[in-house]
Structure formats: C-alpha cells, structure tokens
Design a protein. Structure first.
Length: 221
C-alpha cells in the first residue's frame, strides 16, 4: 500500500502559506513582473538609442571631414543643430579652447537629457536585485517559524506536518532569487551598454566641437 502523497503544488503552497509569507510572495511576484516589463522596454529603447548615437557620430564625422550629411537622423539633427546654434552665439573674446568648451557643453547637456530619459527606471532593477533575496530570506525565516508552530500545535514531526511550512519557506527564497537574478543581470548589461553609448556620443561631440571651432576661427582670420 503506497504512502499518501502531499499536494505541494505552487497553488497549494501559496494558499496554505502564512499570511505574512503570502504577502512576501505577492510583493516578489509584482517586483519580478515590473522588472520584466522594464527589461523588455529597455531592450527596445537601447536598440533605438544605439541607432541614434550611431547616426550622430556619422553626422559628426561627415561634417568634420567635409563630406555629405546623409547620416543626419532624429537625435543627430537635434544635437548637431544645438552645437551649430551655440557656435553662432558670440560670447566676446574667447580662446579656441573656451569656444570649444562652451559649444561642446551645450551638446553634452542635450546628450545627458537624452541618456537620462533612456536610462529611466533602471534604478528599480538595481533596487530589486539588491533587496529581493533578503525579502525572500525573510519569508524563508517566517515560513520555518510557521513550520515549528505547526509542529508544536500538532505534537508530531511527520512529513505531513513539517512539509507545508518548509515548502513555503523554500518557495519564498526561490521567488526572491527569481526576481533578483534577471534584475541584476539586466542592470549590469544596461549600465555597460550606456557607458559604451556615452563614450561613442562624446567622441562625436569632440569631433563636432573641433570642426565648429575650426570654422569659427577660420572666419575670424
């Protein structure tokens, strides 16, 4: 005669869990859901940002080399026009270095606003990655306490008595890791990609600033 099986499905673990552990599971599930929404959003946004920065660097290079402007595109147009407009604004007697700094600063401000918007909500990923394991651990401790309470109440230590509490404890840990791991991986990837994009954009700004300075001071001569 076979031993009775314990119904320890995910649904039953949640329904039979202590209310505190249920609340932790709900919080971790919602945090994980929001993280995946942000992840898919950032995949789309970073592809677009990389494309825009590519066109901007092409535009800056084409201007610096005196070739065609066929690479102008959305963000490239905005930042190039910002630099050109600033270069036409005379600020009295300026050295070449002062002129370049002023023009490039105006373009960097536009770039910073654009990248801040692109990187919006990534801090949430870092927060979830840092805190979710500890929230899950709290649920684990609470689930174990619940298991000991069940043992004390029933006076027995059979698997049927301790399994539900242990299961909810381990499930809380698993949910914390499920929420944290993708968040940490994606945050690190986004951070790395944003640094690369920023370096590419600043290189374009440097090219464009040098080109505008050369034009400005050649006209003065």
């Amino acid at each position: 005669m076979s031993a009775p099986t314990l119904e320890l499905s995910v649904k039953n673990i949640f329904l039979n869990a202590d209310p505190m552990v249920q609340g932790i599971m709900i919080i971790l599930f919602l945090a994980s859901l929001v993280c995946w929404i942000i992840i898919f959003e950032k995949i789309i946004i970073l592809r677009q940002v990389s494309r825009e920065i590519y066109f901007f660097k092409k535009a800056a290079t084409s201007l610096a080399e005196g070739t065609s402007r066929e690479f102008f595109h959305n963000f490239a147009q905005v930042i190039v026009k910002t630099g050109i407009a600033e270069s036409r604004d005379t600020a009295g007697a300026e050295t070449r270095a002062d002129f370049r700094e002023r023009v490039e600063r105006s373009m960097r401000q536009v770039l910073a606003g654009y990248l801040d918007q692109a990187g919006d909500r990534t801090l949430f990923l870092a927060t979830v990655g840092a805190t979710a394991p500890f929230v899950g651990l709290f649920g684990t401790v609470w689930g174990i306490i619940h298991s000991f309470v069940s043992i004390a109440a029933s006076g027995g230590t059979s698997l049927a008595v301790v399994a539900p509490g242990i299961a909810e404890a381990l499930f809380a840990t698993a949910m914390g890791l499920i929420a944290a791991i993708p968040a940490v991986i994606t945050y690190n990837k986004i951070t790395s990609t944003m640094k690369k994009i920023t370096m590419e954009a600043l290189a374009g700004i440097d090219l464009l600033g040098n080109h505008l300075a050369r034009l400005h001071f050649s006209r003065k001569d």
